[in-house]
Design a protein around this ligand. Structure first.
Ligand code: SAM
Length: 325
């Protein structure tokens, strides 16, 4: 699990670099190895993200936008300002710039029938935490699965917490508006049941129906924080395709924090290239990248106190998205 980068994400990164990163000679700003090392250390400290060497162009092109926006001439000035200024908004922009947010509706589709069968056997209402929710496709897929498995009424009582570090992706998730291309592979039944179709200026877009949106609470949460501030325990935790960005000690700390947040016999869903067996003894593999607690707790601990800060990133969407998709 040292650096098991998924091929798909690598392809996406390469495509992004090819389209966005200027060749070294054509760059607007000098970008030295020392600059890159500084960025690496800062993002690791802040988000647990280990930027590998091949992310150098990505770091340049995404942060060069911050230099332009701030009217700065060099990465050194930018990084000095960032470190000395203690400007929370700039730290947020820096972090948002360096996350990779690739996701899709019903990505790694084999997990959703497992979730559906699992929640039918659980005491109601069930609670699911999607811990790296990105732009929302994953938590909305979870919510759709709960409705299909439990019916509208039981699903309405279910709790889906969707968190991410990146405030920009959370804003998009909160809005629940997607290009039609992103949902066109869903069945006609799902499209009709869960989405509204945009018209006029919103032609080519869909919006998740309010019933689906209302099942999910979106909040900002950094998985590397020492205390997540979550009071409840979860029947299932989705932590997919984010651990690949963390080094092993960080992965281990995150899994240690998950343990008391799981209800007895709860399930932990991991990404296709993530293997937690080498990182922790707290969870054991049940199969198909789904884990369960390795040992039953005598006294299940409830999670620590203090509520997480709600993100107020909801973006308003025009009323014209209103007909069934
Ligand atoms: C590649 S996406 C995966 C999205 C989704 N889980 C999936 O599998 O389709 C990784 C997400 O992890 C988030 N992330 C990165 N570091 C994080 C951290 N320290 N805490 C919480 N989320 C983080 C990123 O912002 C990004 O949205």
């Amino acid at each position: 699990m040292s650096d098991p980068r998924s091929r798909r994400e690598d392809r996406a990164d390469r495509a992004m670099r090819a389209s966005a990163a200027p060749a070294e000679g054509n760059r607007d700003f000098d970008f030295t190895s020392a600059d890159f090392e500084r960025i690496r250390a800062l993002i690791h400290r802040r988000a647990g993200i280990s930027l590998s060497d091949h992310k150098r162009d990505m770091a340049y092109s995404r942060l060069a936008r911050r230099l332009r926006a701030l009217g700065l001439d060099s990465f050194r000035d930018y990084l000095d300002q960032l470190e000395q200024g203690n400007d929370a908004l700039e730290w947020e922009a820096f972090t948002n710039a360096l996350t990779t947010n690739l996701t899709a509706f019903f990505r790694e589709a084999h997990h959703f029938p497992i979730l559906a069968e699992f929640v039918k056997r659980r005491a109601q209402p069930v609670s699911v935490w999607c811990s790296a929710a990105s732009t929302g496709e994953e938590p909305y897929s979870i919510a759709m699965t709960l409705i299909e498995a439990l019916g509208d009424r039981a699903a309405r009582d279910a709790r889906v917490l969707a968190t991410d570090l990146d405030t920009q992706v959370l804003a998009k998730a909160n809005a629940g508006v997607y290009a039609y291309d992103q949902v066109k592979h869903l069945s006609a039944e799902r499209l009709k049941r869960f989405f509204l179709k945009g018209t006029g200026a919103h032609d080519g877009f869909v919006k998740v129906r309010p019933e689906l949106r209302q099942m999910i609470r979106f909040e900002q949460l950094n998985l590397t924080d020492a205390d997540y501030g979550l009071r409840q325990q979860f029947d299932a935790i989705f932590c997919r395709n984010v651990m690949i960005y963390f080094d092993k000690p960080t992965q281990s700390r995150v899994l240690t924090r998950f343990e008391p947040l799981m209800k007895p016999d709860g399930l932990l869903f991991a990404g296709h290239s993530e293997n937690f067996t080498y990182v922790t003894q707290a969870f054991r593999l049940r199969g198909q990248t789904v884990y369960e607690l390795a040992r039953e707790r005598a006294n299940p601990t409830t999670a620590a106190s203090a509520t997480t800060t709600a993100t107020s990133a909801a973006r308003r969407v025009g009323d014209t998205i209103g007909t069934p998709a």
